[in-house]
Design a protein around this ligand. Structure first.
Ligand code: MN
Ligand code: MN
Length: 317
């Protein structure tokens, strides 16, 4: 008997501005049991160092996902013909305690990974990637990482704290979560505390591709090199929306000009097809700074594009 998969609620069954506000209007599920992939929100902004608001990100991304249709017209991907997917809701963080929230997130993701589902995370500030990578290491061992961001997020401390949205990849490195020769940071730019700020990562063997190297060019050749270097090991994709130029995505807390354009973000995500992706996140959408909804709408589309490149989803073009 053919397996039947969950489908997004169609625009001819219920107006797109109606019905339950799940990601892509998919069925809601209480857990990841029985799922191949799941959308999961982390409504958190207490790790933010500048403008807040990402606690409202998951809801706004879900709302702006309402127009997403099931088929990818660029790549031919049809994820809902191959994967069982649902929206499993949000992680119940402790909004008064970031350190406790880090442990709550790690525990929640142990549960998701225990069911064998691939999590696609709606953020939330970037602190959340640290506990996710901790859970990933426990399941898969150290992973390759593709990190797209305006910022390196490798601070040892912020205001004396080890848990903050500028520290997740330093913490992940300390905990041995990363395959250091297969870590890529793409889109970094802006001002620093020292001219050598990005060299800490290079010294660890990571590949840093600053935003200026991405200007005026397709990122498809870059992704060919990324895939060749990563091979078939487990890989995690962490996408900070502030990697995009603020002309494309102004609705975020820590804006830097001169960023990637939307189609370059698509090239990066589509360039992950063929990799052994074990999880993805889209972080730092701040609805109070996103009055048009465009930033959350791009985030929703990028999360769909991540679903389209998961293992088991053929690319027809
Ligand atoms: Mn970040
Ligand atoms: Mn950032």
């Amino acid at each position: 008997m053919a397996r039947r998969f969950n489908q997004p609620l169609g625009g001819n069954e219920m107006p797109r501005f109606g019905g339950p506000a799940t990601m892509m209007r998919l069925p809601a599920a209480a857990s990841a049991e029985g799922l191949d992939a799941c959308f999961v929100g982390i409504p958190m902004d207490i790790g933010t160092s500048n403008r807040p608001g990402t606690r409202l990100g998951p809801r706004q991304i879900r709302d702006e996902s309402r127009m997403l249709r099931p088929y990818n017209m660029a790549t031919g991907a049809a994820p809902f013909e191959h994967l069982q997917v649902a929206d499993i809701g949000d992680v119940a963080i402790n909004t008064f305690d970031l350190k406790k929230s880090v442990n709550l997130i790690a525990g929640h993701y142990r549960g998701i990974l225990g069911h064998g589902a691939i999590p696609l995370t709606l953020g939330g500030d970037h602190t959340l990637t640290w506990p996710i990578l901790r859970a990933m290491k426990e399941k898969h061992g150290p992973v390759a990482l593709i990190h797209v961001d305006a910022h390196a997020d490798i601070n040892d401390e912020m205001f004396g704290e080890k848990a903050a949205h500028g520290c997740p990849f330093r913490r992940a490195w300390e905990e041995g979560c990363l395959l250091n020769d297969k870590v890529f940071q793409i889109g970094l730019r802006g001002t620093g505390y020292g001219a050598d700020d990005f060299d800490w990562a290079r010294g660890k063997g990571w590949t840093v591709v600053q935003a200026e190297e991405c200007w005026w060019t397709s990122l498809t050749p870059l992704m060919e090199r990324v895939r060749a270097q990563i091979g078939d090991v487990p890989v995690y994709l962490s996408y900070d929306i502030d990697s995009l130029d603020p002309a494309c995505a102004p609705g975020t807390g820590t804006v830097e000009p001169g960023g990637l354009l939307t189609h370059q973000g698509l090239e990066i995500i589509r360039g992950c097809a063929g990799l052994n992706l074990v999880g993805c996140d889209l972080v730092e959408v701040s609805p109070p700074y996103d009055p048009t909804g465009n930033t959350a709408l791009i985030a929703a589309n990028f999360l769909y594009e991540m679903l389209c490149v998961l293992p088991g989803v053929p690319q027809r073009r």
